[in-house]
Design a protein around this ligand. Structure first.
Ligand code: FES
Length: 106
């Protein structure tokens, strides 16, 4: 299991057990994390799965790829550690990951 702490738009923190191989977005959708809409189903074409990775975790998660970076230009409240959660694949190294869902999408 890979534990992920989601900070929902209202500040509620929910700690969820994810599975290696799934994405952060798939884990969020499975339990109904508020603010993760994921309209494109993980195809990297909507930006409604935007999360802000805790700065302490960003080096381990890594930066967005080119396509993802372009899409993030359309997201609101983008931060230096913003990622699209459908592009973050869970590995054991991400156990304890913390991400925040911005209040408004896209
Ligand atoms: S679910 Fe659409 S970009 Fe991530």
């Amino acid at each position: 299991m890979v534990s992920i702490a989601f900070v929902e738009p209202d500040g509620t923190v929910r700690t969820i057990d994810g599975r290696e191989g799934l994405t952060v977005m798939e884990t969020a959708k499975r339990v109904g994390i508020a603010g993760i809409e994921a309209e494109c189903g993980g195809a990297c074409s909507c930006a409604t799965c935007h999360v802000i990775v805790d700065p302490d975790w960003f080096a381990r998660v890594g930066p967005p790829g080119d396509e993802e970076r372009e899409l993030l230009d359309f997201a609101r409240q983008v931060a230096p550690t913003s990622r699209l959660s459908c592009q973050i694949h869970l590995t054991r190294a991400l156990d304890g990951l913390r991400v925040a869902v911005p209040p408004a999408h896209p």
